[in-house]
Design a binder for this molecule. Structure first.
Ligand code: SF4
Length: 472
């Protein structure tokens, strides 16, 4: 499963909820399909587009807003910056009118089909975009949303992204460890040096600062937005309740003051635990509402990394400066890359172990890195975190990224902290399980897992809680 060279910008993507594979991926696929037709044969005379969604995308696409996402992509909306309320309004109108106005002003026909009984052979998250022109020409583009917002194309006439020559090429955890040992560098040092093959170091640092700012804003918004989540499950938002219980009902006016107020509460175990929980809940409640979040490595698991980083910033031992955030994110991103290369970060391929399990491993690595863990301890922390997520199924109730997803992020965050502390207290020389072994185990477990536990809402909690899908 070795992939192209992956960078931190591939793992942390700013976008909107609720799902990287069912929202962000289809959004980008629609955007890029339209761009490809724009290059050739051109959009002049384009009469209609039909979007066909297959497999997991069809089964849980309505709950994940896949139809909204593909329309947003066709509208040319940028998931990093768009006004989501406006986009949703336009998308619902397009669905109702079976027509869409493209960015160039052309009005064309539009149909979105959910093929719930069909899957494409290559991948469970298949899409086909069919275009027709007024002169009778037709073209079809088939692609796959392969997790974390990545899109794979059945055929792509465009030249592949130029392969960067990395000073420390890494395909496995063993490669990473060897580079760290040979060059006497930390995990974050190795990743930062590799990132410099794509862009100047200052740009990488600025990118991380932007990502952290979006994560912080998301936690703050989530902790100050009460109410109910959309979709019909009537799930109550709990981050704001928790925030009010812990800090009082009066909203703290801004983000920095909010972190300061939380830190002033001290280091009591219950207080700290409540805040890690609140941070994770907040992100994933925002995610469930089409809010702006960062894939880490996916949307469904977007709360784990920010919750653990916020835990370190607010309650940690070190100076909570920009460099600490950078080193956390670099180590975390590399672990995400290792899982994408050696296994999968797609729930449709590997169940929830591929989402919450990977995010927990990423966060454990980041936390260990900033607390001065050796490279072996950083990888050991990631290994421990994943080891105790192996086999975790994906069974979102009603196809919505709410139950069990939101709470599951709190568990992933706590496991990451425990894994990091265990690794910091251990001698990796005595470890019996390597990170590469656990990545391989996750992948073989994914292959053995029944399709009903891979983001299809056909098994597990999705069937066995006292709610009927008619409520959604
Ligand atoms: S159960 Fe896990 S993998 Fe599935 S949608 Fe929820 S968070 Fe994602």
């Amino acid at each position: 499963m070795t992939d192209e060279r992956l960078s931190i910008v591939d793992i942390f993507k700013i976008g909107v909820g609720p799902s990287s594979s069912h929202t962000l991926g289809p959004w980008r696929a629609a955007q890029q399909s339209l761009a490809r037709w724009g290059e050739a044969p051109g959009l002049a005379g384009l009469r209609a587009i039909e979007v066909h969604l297959y497999g997991s995308l069809a089964k849980t696409g309505r709950g994940h807003g896949t139809d909204i996402a593909v329309i947003a992509g066709l509208l040319g909306a940028d998931p990093e910056t768009c006004d989501m309320t406006d986009v949703q309004t336009q998308a619902h109108q397009a669905l109702a009118e079976h027509a869409i106005t493209l960015a160039d002003g052309a009005r064309i026909g539009l149909q979105v089909h959910f093929h719930t009984r069909e899957s494409l052979p290559t991948h469970p998250n298949g899409m086909r975009f069919d275009a027709q022109w007024t002169d009778g020409r037709r073209d079809a583009i088939t692609c796959f949303s392969v997790g974390g917002g990545f899109v794979a194309w059945e055929s792509d006439p465009r030249p592949p992204r130029a392969a960067a020559t990395l000073p420390f090429p890494v395909d496995t955890a063993e490669d990473l460890l060897r580079w760290c040992r040979d060059a006497d560098l930390t995990v974050a040092d190795v990743v930062l040096a590799n990132e410099a093959a794509w862009r100047p170091e200052a740009e990488t640092r600025a990118f991380i600062a932007r990502v952290w700012q979006v994560m912080r804003a998301c936690m703050y918004r989530g902790c100050h937005t009460p109410g109910q989540l959309p979709g019909g499950l009537h799930v109550r938002r709990r981050a704001a309740d928790l925030n009010a219980r812990l800090l009082g009902a009066a909203a703290v006016p801004d983000l920095d003051a909010w972190f300061t107020a939380i830190a002033a509460g001290g280091h009591d175990f219950a207080w700290t635990l409540d805040w890690v929980t609140a941070f994770a809940l907040a992100v994933n409640e925002e995610n469930a509402c089409f809010g702006r979040v960062v894939t880490a490595p996916t949307n469904g698991a977007a709360g784990v990394v920010p919750a653990v980083l916020a835990y370190d910033v607010v309650f940690g031992k070190g100076p909570a400066d920009a460099d600490r955030v950078v080193r956390f994110m670099l180590a975390a991103s590399e672990v995400g890359c290792l899982f994408k290369k050696g296994a999968t970060i797609s729930a449709a391929m590997g169940g929830c172990q591929a989402e919450i399990g990977v995010s927990s491993a990423m966060a454990a690595a980041g936390l260990t890195e900033v607390n001065g863990g050796s490279p072996s301890q950083v990888l050991m922390a990631a290994e421990i975190a994943m080891e105790h997520h192996l086999g975790l199924t994906c069974d979102p109730v009603g196809g919505l990224v709410q139950i069990p997803c939101i709470e599951r992020n709190t568990m992933g965050a706590i496991k990451a902290i425990t894994a990091s502390q265990l690794a910091m207290a251990s001698d990796p020389a005595n470890a019996r399980v390597s990170l590469d072994a656990v990545i391989h185990t996750m992948w073989t477990t994914a292959q053995d897992m029944s399709a009903k536990y891979k983001e299809t809402a056909d098994g597990g909690l999705a069937l066995h809680i006292p709610l009927s899908l008619s409520e959604c």
